[in-house]
Design a protein around this ligand. Structure first.
Ligand code: SAM
Length: 339
């Protein structure tokens, strides 16, 4: 059925109430409900007891989820797993899941998105208006939320890193720095795919302390180092290539220029910078970047089209030399210092 054949009233109502199922998935993933259901069928009372939560409310939540094929109610109050509920169970060997990603939107992020109107009216981030500080400063002070966000980013990264790393032309280089590299998942993938490379993970000091994924791998460990600091001040100098993956879309144009200038100051004349972000397509086509952008506006961030990336580069003395598509919604922009 094409969109024009759908009743507009029904369509708007369904879209409007979309946040209900979104938050229901979030709660199910956060509580780990799927871990206590199996293929044979488990009574909701058993699940509630295992999780020490309210049986009646759990039943109603699972009944909603089952209407989207996330669980199936096979007998009254008895639920079995489905392929979709498996996707939000805890990852085990042979069962990769998005459980951590499916509860990324922390309490403050949810509140900030609820305050989207402020961003649209003023162009400001909702976080500062609500909490008196930006999203990353807020997360720094909220250990549980910070941890929840870091685990979600790592989960997304596990999904996308191998294929994005394959698209980065670093086969002839010797040293790379992943700026804002989080827990090091992307750098680990790049180093694993290119055995001649040495890598430096750079992020905020608190995040760097928690980044142990590469250190657990003794082979890669020999070619890996890490450093804590702020990309608004200084990043490690003299590498052949720098990555900024999923960074610029968190920030305003003004902040992006500051980040790009810091990275440029660390680059050698022949160094490459790989900005890995979504490039918003022209026109009315649906694209994941357009959904994420509304959410990011409440952080003061935004997605960008190619013209906007080009403007940022020109303002900071950089130039885009190529654009590489990946099998994900993200692209790789290859950038160099402009002469
Ligand atoms: C959206 S995450 C992206 C993480 C990773 N690059 C990825 O693709 O999974 C943004 C990262 O920027 C880091 N970050 C935020 N502010 C920073 C700063 N001032 N200096 C360095 N890193 C910062 C955060 O700690 C976080 O790891």
């Amino acid at each position: 059925m094409s969109l024009s054949e759908i009743n507009p009233i029904q369509r708007i109502n369904e879209l409007y109430w979309g946040f209900v199922i979104s938050r229901a998935i979030h709660v199910a993933a956060k509580l780990g409900i799927a871990d206590h259901v199996d293929q044979q069928g488990v009574h909701v009372k058993t699940v509630a007891e295992k999780l020490s939560i309210n049986e009646d409310r759990l039943y109603r939540l699972m009944r909603l989820l089952a209407s989207y094929e996330i669980f199936q109610e096979t007998d009254k109050f008895v639920f079995t797993t489905t392929a979709f509920s498996d996707a939000i169970s805890t990852s085990t060997e042979g069962n990769f899941s998005v459980r951590n990603a499916a509860h990324m939107v922390t309490k403050s992020m949810w509140e900030a998105y609820g305050h989207l109107e402020h961003s649209v009216r003023t162009g400001e981030d909702s976080y500062t208006d609500l909490f008196g500080k930006g999203v990353f400063e807020h997360l720094d002070d909220e250990a549980e939320e910070n941890d929840q966000f870091a685990r979600a980013m790592h989960n997304y990264a596990e999904l996308e890193n191998p294929v994005i790393a394959e698209c980065c032309p670093v086969g002839h280089l010797h040293s790379v720095v992943d700026v804002g590299g989080g827990q090091g998942g992307f750098l680990k993938e790049i180093l694993a795919q290119h055995t001649q490379l040495n890598g430096m993970l750079f992020d905020q000091p608190l995040i760097i302390e928690q980044a142990t994924h590469i250190e657990e791998n003794s082979v890669l460990n020999l070619r890996f180092d890490k450093s804590g600091g702020s990309f608004f001040e200084k990043v490690p100098a003299g590498a052949d290539a720098y990555f900024l993956k999923r960074i610029l879309h968190d920030w305003s144009d003004e902040d992006c220029c500051k980040i790009l200038k810091t990275v440029k100051a660390a680059m050698m004349p022949e160094s490459k910078l790989y900005v890995i972000d979504a490039i918003v397509p022209e026109g009315n086509v649906p694209h994941f970047s357009k959904e994420i952008e509304a959410f990011l506006m409440t952080w003061g961030g935004q997605e960008r089209d190619l013209v906007e990336f080009d403007k940022l580069c020109k303002k900071t003395g950089l130039k885009i030399t190529s654009v590489i598509e990946t099998p994900t919604p993200l692209s790789v922009l290859e950038i160099q210092i402009a002469n």
